[in-house]
Design a protein around this ligand. Structure first.
Ligand code: PRX
Length: 675
């Protein structure tokens, strides 16, 4: 089968019909060809982008694992996302359609900005950052923002100046915010007075004030008046965005600064198993090349599409597939600030109908919450405009897959589960409606995209047999990969490239079926995914042990019907502390305060011992197995078997399976519920 690899960037014609289908074998043959002439294959894709200077070398692999893509090339991400469209036939095309959560009699508030509008506003924002705050190449601008258009506009403005940005999700606490901003060395922070969710105001500026109390790299704070609540404005540090913009000429223009392909575009922190969050540094050139390819292959994006990604810009999905991917393609991007089921459970479906969304990117957690409310809410709206859907963030259960397929877009819509992670920058494994669609099996991720080689290997790094669980690796560098971990290159090498030399270790379990489809099963380490959000158990445990009554803590993820996983804590108290329901709620509140609301444990259990190896490492795997009722497997390295019984008892006690309402340490139940 001959396939046109070409991805026309500007003369947008549908080169590949969305109905192009392939057998898995045909796809694999095509995929193999992309690897045969690799990395030139990626050079072809990169040639579609408007570079200021073409690269000298496609891939510099002289210092692995610090690979560099399109070396010598120069470009500016803001000019690719904004200027080229504003200067051409897309000037009056809607770039951003924003919908707010509140619904008045005449419907919700909707703001539409064309590419010309975005160009004007980005220039004014860049003028402010440059002339009032001295932002320039080499600087880092921090973001702690609600989902409003000013968020991407200021990100693009920073990038226009050649600066990099670092975004902290607005659900993180003061402590988490402060740690991340300081690690990235942000000098200016862009934030808002507050955000809106479920009719209430999230007081973002108060959290910022808390984060900046301790010594901080942040010297200036720009505050968007978004909800209009009164906030503390520190003289000499804080300024309202509208005041700053009022000083910019209405027709302010700021020339985009050319940067090198391998200059950093952003730093985004991810949670790992141990230690501080890792600041993943992404480049400009490779990242944009990957986004360009995936917007076309995965989303089959065309000029007439209305594209909606339900993620938050605070996570990598939003960086790549709300801001840079769709805007670089000149798409119309829908942005929504609020809860998908508010004020009624059909809010999401009403958005699809109202804006005639044609391409939808969402998450299994969102779908499970839609499902829980029943089919009628979805059926109440005409969602026939939807022609491509994908989900991301966690494995999708087949029921959720089938439900979505049945209830949205007349039952025929290609619908995949795209696998990738913060580290990969963009989608790596997916079905590809824009290139050639293999039959989709509910729950599968599909195949690696062209130019990316993935494998499932055993503990020795050898190919795993079909239908047998193994570890997911990427066997070659790819455009969009991290440059390094900020301030910690040796950790980058150690975490991702040391386990299987030459391959990137993703940290996920995966299996391939008899036809070669990849099925990603979930994390192989102690990272948990709560509503698709990635949390390191370490951060939650660190919060718990800050309580004066707590001696030790372990956190594991247990299955949750809607969120996928929920955090559950097991703590050993200090002598004299009272294990009661009050303390359990205090501990939950502490995690909420220290890490953020998304991390709040579902339950906290008190135990006298935790299962540990002889080298004193907590065996979270064992705790989790007990909590989910699975066999604990090999426990030969366990120091004390009694600790396992103890977890089992604490859990059974909670479920009311044991009479007596006491754990092994002789303590009462913690949740205050009757048995
Ligand atoms: O475990 C995998 C899971 O999410 C992890 C990456 O999380 P994060 O860096 O927050 O990025 C999420 C959005 C790109 C992975 O290691 N994951 C992501 N997508 C899928 C998935 N697991 C199964 N299927 C997916 N489609």
């Amino acid at each position: 089968m001959s396939v046109n690899w070409s991805l026309p960037f500007d003369e947008r014609v549908r080169t590949v019909s969305r109905s192009t289908t392939m057998t898995p074998r045909e796809y694999e043959a095509m995929h193999e060809r992309s690897l045969e002439n690799w990395p030139e294959f990626w050079e072809g894709v990169a040639s579609e982008l408007p570079w200021h200077r073409r690269w000298d070398k496609v891939l510099d692999d002289s210092a692995p694992p610090f690979y560099r893509w399109f070396v010598g090339g120069e470009l500016n991400a803001c000019s690719i996302c904004v200027d080229r469209h504003a200067a051409g036939h897309r000037a009056s095309k809607p770039a951003i359609i924003w919908e707010g959560e509140a619904v008045a009699d005449r419907g919700p508030t909707v703001r539409t900005m064309t590419y010309a509008d975005v160009h004007r506003e980005v220039n004014r924002a860049a003028w402010v950052l440059k002339h009032r705050y001295g932002v320039a190449k080499g600087d880092t601008v921090g973001f702690y923002m609600p989902m409003v258009p000013e968020f991407p506009i200021f990100m693009l403005a920073a990038v226009r100046l050649g600066a990099k940005f670092t975004v902290v999700f607005s659900g993180f606490s003061s402590d988490s915010l402060s740690e991340r901003l300081n690690d990235a060395g942000a000098k200016v922070l862009v934030t808002a007075d507050g955000g809106r969710r479920r009719d209430s105001v999230v007081r973002l500026k108060d959290i910022v004030d808390g984060a900046l109390q301790a010594s901080s790299s942040v010297k200036s704070v720009l505050v968007l008046k978004n909800v209009g609540n009164s906030v503390n404005m520190e003289t000499g540090r804080d300024e309202y965005i509208h005041d700053a913009l009022a000083r910019a000429p209405a027709d302010a223009t700021v020339e985009p600064v050319s940067v090198r392909s391998d200059d950093p575009l952003f730093i985004l922190h991810t949670s790992g198993t141990t230690g501080r969050p890792k600041g993943q540094v992404h480049d400009v050139g490779g990242y944009l090349v990957l986004l360009h390819a995936t917007m076309r292959w995965v989303f089959d994006l065309n000029d007439d599409d209305v594209y909606w990604c339900t993620a938050d810009i605070g996570w990598v999905t939003g960086h790549s597939y709300i801001v840079f991917g769709p805007l670089m393609e000149g798409a119309t991007v829908l942005m929504y600030e609020g809860a998908l089921d508010h004020p009624s459970p059909d809010r999401w479906a009403s958005i699809l109908e109202r804006h005639k969304v044609s391409v939808l990117y969402t998450s299994p957690t969102a779908i499970r919450s839609f499902m829980k409310n029943g089919d009628a809410w979805a059926k109440a709206h005409d969602t026939s405009s939807v022609r491509v859907m994908h989900s991301v963030g966690e494995p999708i259960n087949p029921e959720a897959f089938r439900w979505m397929r049945r209830n949205v877009g007349e039952g025929q819509v290609p619908f995949g589960s795209t696998w990738w992670m913060t580290e990969t920058g963009g989608i790596m494994i997916s079905v590809l409606p824009g290139l050639g669609l293999v039959p989709i099996k509910p729950g599968t991720n599909g195949f690696p995209i062209p130019g990316v080689e993935a494998a499932v290997v055993d503990e020795q790094g050898l190919p795993q047999k079909p239908f047998t669980r193994g570890l997911l690796v990427l066997k070659r560098p790819w455009p969009g990969m991290p440059l390094t971990i900020h301030n910690d290159p040796s950790r980058y090498k150690e975490v991702y490239w040391s386990r299987f030399p030459g391959s990137f270790f993703a940290g996920d379990y995966a299996v391939r079926d008899g036809e070669g489809y990849f099925w990603i099963l979930g994390r192989a380490d102690e990272v948990i995914k709560v509503s698709g959000h990635r949390l390191g158990t370490y951060e939650l445990e660190s919060a718990l042990v800050q309580h004066p009554s707590v001696a030790e803590a372990a956190v594991v993820g247990v299955p949750d019907e809607v969120k996928g996983e929920a955090p559950v804590g097991f703590v050993i108290l200090r002598v004299g502390a009272n294990a009661d329901a009050g303390l359990a709620s205090e501990l939950k509140a502490l995690v909420r305060e220290k890490v953020g609301p998304i991390a709040t444990p579902r339950e906290v259990f008190f135990v006298g011992k935790l299962p540990k190896t002889r080298s004193a490492k907590i065996m979270r795997r064992v705790i989790r197995a007990v909590a989910v009722g699975q066999s604990v497997g090999d426990v030969s390295t366990l120091e004390e078997e009694a600790s396992v019984d103890e977890i089992r008892r604490a859990y059974a006690d909670f479920r009311g399976e044991v009479s007596g309402a006491q754990d092994v340490a002789g303590r009462k139940r913690t949740d205050g519920r009757p048995l």
